[in-house]
Each structure stands twice: as C-alpha cells, then as structure tokens.
Ligand binder design. Structure first.
Ligand code: ACO
Length: 428
C-alpha cells in the first residue's frame, strides 16, 4: 500500500505522507501542508479531518463495529461492568481482580460532594434543566480542588479522575431531587455504581431503599454502551478545551454543554418527546416519516442518522434487545416501544432513509429503557453524560500526555469585506 500521496498544485508536486492505522484506515498527513504550499484545508463539520491518532476506540461505521481498546462493545456490555469499562478506557487494559477491587475502593471513597457545593443547588430555579445544573456543578468542582487540578501533574490528574467518576452520579441525583422538591439522598458506598445512582435518584429518607437488581444491571449496561465513541462533538470539545491546559473539570463541563444539544446527546430526550407527540397524534408513524422527508418542515426523525454509522448503530441493537428483555422482566408494557418499532420499520422500507443510510442510533431506544427504569425525560442526557465520563477522561488523558499535542486552533478562510477606512459615527 502506498505510503505517500502526491499533490499537484500550481505547477509543482508535493509529497504527503499517508498514515495507516492498526485497522487499516488511511489518513493523509497534512501537518506540513501550509508550510510547504501556503494552502490550508477546508472541512466544515470535520467529516474528513482526523484531529488526532488515538489508541482508545475503534469504530467502523460501514459495517457497524465498535471496540474499546480492542474489545467488542457487545462483549463488554454482556460480560463487563461499567467500572471495568471505565478502567479499560482510562488505563488501557482490563483490570485484574486486585486492580479492579482497588479501583472500586479508590473511586467509591469520593462519592460525597463538598457540603458547600450542595448549597449551590439552592441558587437554581426549581425547573432548571438538569444539564444546566450538571455542567455548572462540574466546573464548580474546580473551585473546591484548586490546589489539585494542574492538568500537567500526574498525581493531580489521578485524583481528579477519581473525583469526577465518583461524584457525577451524586451531582446528577441531587439535581433531580432538587427539581421534585425531595431531600437529597446521600450515596451508600456498599452499593455498585449503577445501584447507588438508582438509590440516590429514587430513595426517600422515610422508607427503606430497595434497588431492583434487574434495573441496576440494565442501567449499568446503558452506561457501558455510552462510555466512549471516539472523536464525537463532546469528546472533541474535551480535547479542544483541554489542549489549552485548562483543568479537567472545566474541560468535561464544556463537553457536557456540547452533549446537551439535540443533534448529539440531547437526542435521547428529543426522541421520547417525538414518540410522545406521535402517540398523542393517533400513532400514525407514516405521517411523521413523510414530514421528516420534507426539507421545509424543519422536522427530523430524532434518533435516526449518524455522521459515522452508515448501518445500524451496534449500540442501538444491544439497547433494542435490552428493552425487550427488561420490559418483560419488569412486567412493563410501554406503547412507546411499539411506536418506536413501527417507526423504525417504516423508515427502514422508505427510499429516502435507505438512500441516505439513516438507521436508528444509540439514542433511539435508550429513552424507552430509561423510562422503564423510572428516569424522567429531562434526566436522559444527564444519564448519557454519566456514561460518557470515562470516555471524556480517557481521551483527555491521552491528549494531555501525547507529545504530538498542541493547542487546538483551527484556521479559516476569510470571506468578509477587504480592508476599508474607519468612518466616524456621524458620517455613516
Ligand atoms: N431525519 C431526516 N433526515 C435526516 C436525518 C433525520 N434524522 N438525519 C439526516 N437526514 C438527512 C439530511 O437532511 C440530509 O439530507 P440531504 O442529503 O437531502 O440534504 C442527509 O440526511 C445527511 O444529513 P446530514 O445532516 O448532512 O448528516 P450529518 O452527518 O451532518 O448529521 C446527525 C448527523 C446530526 C446525527 C443527523 O443525522 C441528525 O440530525 N439526526 C437526528 C438527531 C440525532 O439523532 N442525533 C443523535 C446522533 S447520535 C449521538 O450523538 C449520540
């Protein structure tokens, strides 16, 4: 395979190296392009631009493969735990039993948040969106750990990583409790990660807290499925913000804001809102498929399409099966799952969706499963953020320790007016 490409421009030939990844993906290395030719590249939306080389996640969107550090997402979801996947992503290998036990103890001892941080909740309006609270709380943590957040100090990073993983469920659960006017429920460290999260979300101080193990396992699987997805919008945000050596709390808070948008992690909430709308409108899925095809309708089938997957998102497949299993086990009949199934079938046989390779993505079924777990709609994206935290951390860690890292600073092609003289205000 050729390891060089030739660019012919303005009467001269320039040789550009071709880099080949471990799974055979090829990239034109343009790092010397501007110096040699005076040219930059233009790629809005970065559909053709690799921003880094990474050892963390491999995905092949043409055939629907997703692997973390070489392990298939299907295997991790079926046999692993979320905390094991977090360790794998951040440290590069599955932990031994001793490493795993130490990791759980290490993370779990940080589940409480500073009591002064708890008071910050009082300033938010009752109906504040939990993503607004979550991103604010994540960056607020940097105010509490100022002496231990130097991005370039390994010991600081280690403690920050543990604090973030441990505290994000507590922060998320408190924001939900705040929105419904219930007292905050403190973490119980003998519980597993997902069980503790469900406990903090749904327990009340006056009653015994029993978390259904079926629900805890389903949530743990959902978290695994969201743990990393290489250079998506929020992860690229972590890398970009982190490249300025801003602290990790600031970088993941920015990522949280990026995740919030309906074209990214906010799609899970948008899907359930859309399914509810279709249900209320009599359940005519074809009508909404037609609407999504009309460019002037401003309506898209939420949970469909993906920048990288041109086939069924493998995570959507796993969640679809989990939905069936969990709803059956819990004895829940949710008409939204029926509507989702009908909608997916209607889209699958429609030329518009076939031609554009628009398949259900991870967000299409996750909302149905979150509903079965009793999680309110506006907390869906928060659940996504909890799941994505290990990925954000792993990608940040790789970026900050890589000798190739420079501050992220894209260029542009200026298309505004040429130089013109300043006109005093009374002469305009
Ligand atoms: N419904 C209807 N049409 C769609 C949809 C959709 N959900 N998604 C894409 N299209 C159409 C576009 O209108 C466009 O059509 P055209 O070629 O006739 O102009 C074509 O498919 C390509 O779409 P783009 O927007 O150019 O694709 P892009 O890769 O930029 O966007 C995205 C990907 C944002 C995911 C898009 O498919 C979308 O908006 N989906 C709905 C939101 C969603 O589910 N987001 C979650 C993504 S997964 C995640 O972030 C966790």
């Amino acid at each position: 395979m050729a390891n060089k490409a030739t660019l012919h421009y303005d009467g001269r030939d320039y040789e550009l190296p071709v880099i080949i990844g471990t799974e055979g993906e090829k990239a034109l290395d343009i790092r010397g392009l501007r110096d040699q030719t005076g040219l930059i590249t233009l790629d809005s939306g970065y559909g053709n631009t690799g921003a880094c080389a990474s050892e963390i996640t491999f995905l092949d969107g043409e055939v629907g493969i997703l692997r973390h550090r070489g392990y298939a997402i299907e295997d991790l979801a079926e046999h692993g735990t979320f905390m094991e996947t977090a360790y794998l992503l951040i440290y590069g290998d599955l932990p031994t039993r001793a490493q795993y036990d130490a990791w759980i103890v290490d993370v779990t001892r940080h589940t409480l948040i500073h009591e002064n941080l708890r008071h910050v909740y009082q300033g938010f309006p009752l109906k504040a969106h939990p993503m607004a609270i979550l991103s604010s709380m994540l960056v607020s943590m940097s105010a509490f750990y100022q002496d231990q957040y130097n991005a370039m100090d390994r010991a600081h990073s280690d403690i920050t990583i543990r604090r973030l993983l441990a505290k994000i469920p507590t922060i998320a659960a408190f924001s939900y409790k705040k929105s419904i006017g219930q007292p905050f429920i403190y973490p119980e460290n003998h519980r597993s990660y997902a069980e503790n999260l469900l406990h903090m979300l749904f327990a009340v101080p006056c009653e015994e807290s029993n978390v259904d193990p079926v629900m805890a396992r389903a949530l743990d699987q959902l978290l695994i499925l969201h743990a990393d997805h290489e250079q998506n919008c929020s992860t690229s945000t972590v890398r970009l913000v982190g490249s300025s050596q801003a602290n990790l709390y600031a970088a993941v808070s920015a990522a949280c804001c990026a995740l919030w948008g309906p074209l990214h992690g906010g799609a899970n909430q948008a899907v359930v809102d859309m399914l509810g709308r279709i249900q209320q409108d009599g359940g005519d899925v074809k009508k909404y498929v037609e609407l999504a095809k009309k460019k002037d309708s401003n309506f898209r089938l939420m949970g469909f399409g993906h920048r990288v997957y041109k086939i069924f998102d493998p995570r959507a497949k796993i969640i679809r099966d989990a939905c069936d299993r969990v709803l059956k086990k819990l004895g829940i009949k949710d008409p939204m799952l029926d509507i989702a199934t009908e909608l997916a079938e209607a889209a699958r046989s429609d030329d518009y969706f076939i031609e554009r390779n628009l398949y259900p993505n991870v967000d299409f079924y996750s909302g149905v499963l979150y509903r079965a777990l009793g999680i309110p709609t506006d907390m869906f994206t928060v659940m996504f953020a909890i799941g994505r935290m290990p990925g954000w951390i792993a990608q940040w860690k790789e970026m900050i320790t890589s000798p190739d890292t420079r501050i992220g600073r894209p260029r542009q092609v200026y298309t505004g007016p040429p130089a013109r003289p300043y006109v005093p205000i009374d002469k305009r």
